[in-house]
Design a protein around this ligand. Sequence first.
Ligand code: HSE
Length: 306
Amino acid sequence: MSVSSVRVTVPATTANLGPGFDCFGAALTLYNQLKFILEANQKLVINITGTEAARVATDESNLVYQAFVKFFQHIEQTPPPVKIEIKLGVPLARGLGSSATAIVGGLIGANILAGDILTPTQIMELAIAMEGHPDNVVPALLGGCRLAATSDAGWEICDIPWCDNIVPVLAIPDFELSTSVAREVLPTQVSRGDAIFNTAHLGLLLRGLETGNKNWLRAGLQDKLHQPYRKSLIHNYENIYEAALSAGAYGMVISGAGPTLLAITDTANSQAVATAMASEWQNKGIIAQVQALQIDRKGATTFKEF
Ligand code: HSE
């Protein structure tokens, strides 16, 4: 019996996590929901709901559909006529992996409608190639906190334990920052000192996340590869950083390419940190949605209808 429609739920992600530029990210309990329905002899239909729905393309340039088409190009088949319903829960262009949800969702939806032709590893490789870096698409696909590194055999993906008492607090402002703009400000070469700094601090962060060791977390969230160049793109960054740390956060980083800011704290301080970050932005007339989230452990999930 063949599948006539499939629902795919994909989590938001926070990439980089301080010193893990372009290689380290975690899935969050915030979701986009997609439904792919085979519609014989129909033109493409894309329906989108959610507060930012009006800003997303509903034609062939839609990223979910682009990923759907990419899948069929990869297996050298013509994409079937499809209706796509998208329920947006992940804010757009805020550094929370909205494009990764579209890519992962489009590829998985296409694979299921095609009869599960590609393996999860092949889907992951296609997703990384489409996005250009692995730190959003890998946790979006697999869930959890993931380190991705290239090897002679392809990609090595490592599941990083995240101590239950560590809470990600997200401050999501009402302005956007495109990833391409945020990548343009980065230097193409870095010094040996900065490379050593990030290597050592990523090691500290991994052990800090696993053990909850406060000193390793405080030091380990620092970065010299992207944040020093990007923070000037985020209005009031320094004051929010100070406010989050004064309220008890171990550290604060730019989520993905920004502008969302992510504080890492313990359960006891999470509400105080959230309030402090929101009010610092509010003082400058910026509305921020502030949420203490959890790490999503499941990644992309599917539900098939026959
Ligand atoms: N690692 C990427 C960056 C994530 O920081 O540019 C954004 O998609």
